[in-house]
Structures are given as structure tokens and as C-alpha cells.
Design a protein around this ligand. Sequence first.
Ligand SMILES: [Zn+2]
Length: 329
Amino acid sequence: MNLPWLKGATEQLWQDFLTGRLAHAYIVSGPLGTGKTLFCQHFAKTLLCMDKSELHSPCNSCASCSTFENFSNPDMLNICPTDAGKNINIDQIRAVNEFYSYKPHYGAHKITLIHPATKMNTNSANALLKILEEPPEGALIMLVASSAGHLLPTIRSRCLNLRIPQPNWDTVSTWLSDKLSVSSSSLDNHPTTLFGGPLEILKGINHDNDTTSLFDEMLADLVSLSNGNCNAIEIAKNYDSNGIEGFLDTLEVIVSTTLLAIFQQLPLNLKLCKASSEKIIYLSEKNTEVKLFELSDLIRTSRELLHRSQGVRAQDIIEEIFISFMPRE
Ligand SMILES: [Zn+2]
């Protein structure tokens, strides 16, 4: 697994294991596209591998590794929503109890991977809580989330948080240019803004080189709103409420990049295209840092509202955010 930005987190988990301090449960958090689930799967496969001669890598040939590849390893339980947009339901979490009612088949561990853990509804989360309170011997539960803060405090307090950082642009550009066999300078001159986790950027480039990114689109809309020459409710209709997480993530990056521009600093973790670079400067001149900090707060409270309360309409949140961005004369 050649994802250089995962090195720190990998070393930390192995350090925990080798010193006998491997926790029963970890929240593996980090931005979209940084490979959190791949990271967990790789660690799980290596931990379950029956040949431990190679540090940090599975042998790929023992019975545990072979069954892992076929998704039939009896010591590994994968839980994710059964359909995109659906929650992880309580029956799926009850299966975790069943899974731990048998001893490990190959070694000393049995691993449950829940991704994304934010898709557990309240009932599912409470059922998981019971397992976290009294973890069976050899159990390792890995919860994948973009931020640990999106999970219930009662869950958080029973897990160790392992944060995968957003790599800086130099790391991303070196990795991407190698993957795509292009020069770093051609990435620097890419027609759209490249931001987010490296795997997500790679997917975007492979998918369609010319598509305007969500970042560039939203930035253009915020510029129009700042000018007061468009309607917030109409603009909100352009955004898919199913993608509210991505919407809030992107907006957060735009706000922090604009704040950096106010303080005349450059962002270290994304590559702005020329047009967006000019728009960020425009926003930084048109808006005060107070307004941007208020918007940051609104993003944070919107996330809390989405995760804590049922029946909140994502579309209302998108509208409220755009309305808050309109000029206040
Ligand atoms: Zn193996």
C-alpha cells in the first residue's frame, strides 16, 4: 500500500500493538479520500496474517490472507450501509455480538470494521456502545469517520482516535504525478482546483479532466452572492442535499482558504486553479474575518444539527448557509 501520508498512523498502530497497548476500539478519522478504509483493511489483514515475519505487511499467502481477499475471513467483519444513502441498521450491529460469540479462527484477534461509522443511527450506535463497554477478548473495532466529532460522545469516549492528516500539496503532487505519470508542474497548472484527499483527487482526474470541481463551482456562487446579484434560495437548488457532508467539507476549505488569504498566506493542502485563486482573493477583500469566522461556526453547528437531530432537512441547511453569506447592508 503505497500511500505515504499514512506512514505516521501505521507506525502508531504497530507501536501500540508491539508494546501491548493495542486498544479495543479506534476511531480512524480524516478527510475524504485519504484512504481511511484502505488503511484499516490493510492493518486488519496484516494483524490477522499468520506469518508475522514482515513488519507492517501481510504475507498474502497464508489461509488468513487468502480468505481475507475473498471477504470470507471468519475473523473479519465488515459493516457498511447496505445501500448508498442508507443507515447502518441495528441488525447489522447485532451481528457484531454474534461475531464475537465465537473465538478467533486463525490467531488472537477478531476485527470489526464499520465504515462510515457516522451512518449508524441512534439505535445502532447504542447497540454498539454495549459492545464497546465490555469488549470481548481479542476484539478490535475500527470505526471510520471523517471526524471523530461526528460520533456520539459516549462512543468517542470508549475509543482511541487515530487521525489521518490531510497531506500537504507537495506530498499529494509527488504521489499523483507518479500515479498519473505526469510532471508535478502539469498538476500545478491543472484547469480546476485540486483539493481534498489524494485518492479523491485521483478519482476526479481519472473520471473527467474538464469537470468543474465542486470547489470551483461553490466558490463562483459565493462570489455572486457577495456581489448581491443572485438569490440564495435559487443557488441552494444547485446543490444536492444528499451530498451535504461533501458540501460542508468543501465550504469549510473555501472559508479557511479565504481566511488565509486575508492574512496573506497561501494554503498548503490544495492547488487553486488560476480563476479560483482570483476569486479567493476577491472574497478575502469583500468579506471580513468576523463574517468568515461566523460562517465557520455555522458550518460546525450545522454538522452537529445533522448528526444529533433527526428530521433536519439538509436543503434547509444549505439555504441558511447561503442566506448568511449575502451582503448585510
Ligand atoms: Zn498472511
